[in-house]
Design a protein around this ligand. Sequence first.
Ligand code: NAD
Length: 259
Amino acid sequence: LPDLQDKVALVTGAGSGIGRAAARMLAQQGMKVCLVDLKNERTEMTYQEIMDAGGQSIIADTDVSDAQRVAQAFEQAVKAWGRLDVVFANAGINGVLAPIEDMKEEDWDQTLAVNMKGTFLCVKNAIPHMKERGGSIIVTSSINGSRKFSNFGMSAYSTSKAGQVAFTKMAALELAQYKIRVNAICPGAIQTNIGENTLHTPELDKIKIPVKYPQGSQPLEHAPGQPEQVADLVAFLASEASSHITGTQVFIDGAESLL
Ligand code: NAD
């Protein structure tokens, strides 16, 4: 994807999983990559991997739900390299999984703040830097919220993921005038660290709805998929190879969501 060479990307959630694989992939394509994540050692590892491979990268420790910090991260990227071409708004959490009647308000708010508000803040801050030259914004949604609703306890998560798709479509229409493309990707189960900070309330065990297939089954036999497979899709959507694609959602789930 030669058009990505020497361009600038900002990737959120770049310390782990899909974000790390995408950051490495974009760096391999010759992009300068600003790594946005909560302050943690894994982001340093992503940084080191990119630098060791001869790439260019910086870290912006940022909570994507913090408006001021998100604005600063974008400034940091543009200050370092003078432009911004691609944003991968990918940071996200499962949050606390609980039946709706037991879901605490603060847990609901936290999931929506990171996943949905975080996406809004990234897109909002991208616009002033992309307006003149255009660009590509990719949002990580999920099959949850669009096609799959059988992960019990995920009402806040699925709502946030559905909200991201609606927001992506609004943004695509609004920003087409600036040649800024905005697309959502909807992964099925991908092998990452997202389960680490996922909390289940005891009440969750009480929900028993029969499912025909075990959670995470994927007919294509990649169950779960690998972050690198998602990174290939991100690179395609980042590049001019997808120049006529905007406002869409691409499922990458080995047909998991069709079961
Ligand atoms: P992961 O936990 O491996 O990586 C997520 C990264 O986001 C972590 O490095 C974490 O520190 C960071 N992060 C969390 N909260 C943050 C915040 N407030 N500010 C900045 N960074 C923050 O998980 P992953 O699976 O790679 O998740 C990436 C995206 O993919 C998420 O939006 C997730 O909802 C989505 N997704 C994942 C799967 C899956 O099965 N893994 C499936 C569908 C969608």
